[in-house]
Design a protein around this ligand. Structure first.
Ligand SMILES: Cc1ncc(COP(=O)(O)O)c(C=O)c1O
Length: 417
């Protein structure tokens, strides 16, 4: 099997070299070359439309990262962008006081998200997860937190602890997705002082295989939260408006007390929300200060309202599930055919191709080769993050991708035979 030629990423590299003198590390967080494969992936994009991206060197990709989650429709989705443009030019979006869109969006959420009664709107997922913990602590007058999943970059939950006094996270304990025993044990010890259990309703731990809930897991966590009077928070930043309009809680039928949403809600515009049961949310009305200059800006609200309108009108999530089921089914068939240790986990709207770990670490080389061939052929996946499917992936885009996956697996098979 012929090796795909290396991409020309000279302009990306040049911009990155320049950036290292302007921004610590050149680019932030999971945008670093080390979060992909150094020397193989572009570092700067120029533009995107639908499900396609063009980097600064002119390479074109069919994209499966969707901006790390917010792109549910597609890049440069005309109707959403126009609604925002009209708002900005016709009315304005940054004022001292609130515009009416807050109420409209809050009402809409009560119709769509099972746990939604009252809502507070913020900008980022980290804003929202942090606000949910503050609300839970104020409501319960308790301190400790059990957590499961990535919840953003703030002091209480970020994985890299540099620059954070340990007292900011020493009351926060982590449990594994689908491990009810582990949570039960933690709560045996800390339950009486636990304010919140925050978790993703669907298992998408960083860099790890994805997990659907084992029978009884979500119900078991709900039961533990109730027994200890802890607030159950679902972090639906990735799953909201993606697994279903009501998120993982609607799909799996277990309702939390509070929910945090962001990413796909507004197809890329910055807005997030904590939404939940009135008696708990009311702690935020008088006893907490949750406010920020940009929180009420209406560009995000208008984008969210238009995105939700399109999601409902065009049955977007049904479309993604349908084509996605066929797509991941066929990838699984290819994985079986080549038998190189690749695995596909997750569900149609969000899935991940990983390589079975082995003691020698050979799986890392196979993974590297597989993803290098994919990016060289023009398919933007990440070895270290799961993939998403958007509305704008056409059957033809998915066919092209399947052909490439077939060739990349064949390449790995031949190289490691
Ligand atoms: C599940 C989850 N929670 C919280 C966050 C933090 O969101 P943000 O990056 O918008 O601060 C993320 C971001 O990836 C996420 O995936």
């Amino acid at each position: 099997m012929k090796e795909a030629p290396k991409l020309n990423i000279i302009k990306s590299q040049k911009l990155f070299d320049e950036a290292t003198g302007l921004v610590p590390g050149g680019v932030l967080g999971a945008r670093k070359p080390t979060d992909f494969i150094r020397g193989e992936y572009p570092i700067f994009f120029d533009s995107g439309k639908g499900c396609r991206l063009i980097d600064v060197d002119g390479n074109e990709f069919i994209d499966f990262l969707c901006g790390y989650g917010p792109i549910i429709l597609g890049y440069r989705e005309g109707e959403v962008d126009e609604a925002v443009y009209e708002q900005i030019t016709g009315k304005g979006f940054c004022f001292t006081l609130t515009q009416k869109y807050q109420n409209i969006l809050a009402k809409k959420l009560t119709q769509l998200v099972p746990s939604s009664e009252l809502s507070i709107f913020l900008k980022t997922g980290s804003d929202a997860t942090t606000a949910s913990i503050r609300i839970a602590r104020a409501h319960t007058n308790k301190l400790k937190v059990m957590r499961c999943g990535y919840h953003g970059w703030h002091d209480w939950c970020v994985e890299m602890k540099g620059g954070i006094p340990s007292k900011f996270y020493e009351d926060v304990f982590e449990f594994r997705y689908n491990s009810l025993d582990q949570l039960e044990k933690l709560m045996d010890t800390h339950g009486a002082e636990t304010a919140a259990i925050i978790m993703t309703p669907f298992g998408h731990p960083n860099h790890e295989k994805m997990e659907i809930p084992k029978p009884g897991f979500l119900e078991g966590v709900r039961d533990i939260a109730d027994r200890y009077r802890a607030v159950l928070v679902y972090d639906e930043i990735r799953t909201g408006f993606r697994l279903s309009m009501g998120g993982g809680q609607e799909l799996y039928g277990v309702v939390p007390d509070l929910t945090v949403l962001g990413k796909a809600m507004a197809n890329g515009y910055p807005i997030s929300v904590v939404t939940g049961k009135k008696d708990i949310m009311m702690a935020a009305a008088h006893r907490l200060f949750i406010s920020s200059t940009f929180f009420p800006n209406s560009d995000g609200f208008v984008a969210a309202l238009k995105t939700i309108e399109i999601l409902e009108r065009d049955n977007v999530l049904e479309n993604i599930w349908e084509k996605g089921e066929r797509f991941i089914g066929r990838i699984k068939t290819l994985i079986d055919k080549y038998d190189v240790g690749a695995e596909l986990t997750g569900v149609a709207p969000m899935f991940y191709i990983t390589f079975e770990k082995d003691e020698t670490g050979a799986y890392k080389e196979k993974r590297k080769d597989f993803y290098i061939q994919l990016i060289r052929k023009g398919f933007f996946f990440s070895p270290f993050h799961h993939a998403y499917i958007s509305f704008r992936h056409t059957e033809e885009d998915l066919e092209l991708t399947l052909r490439a996956v077939d060739e990349c697996l064949a390449f790995v098979k031949e190289k490691y035979a």
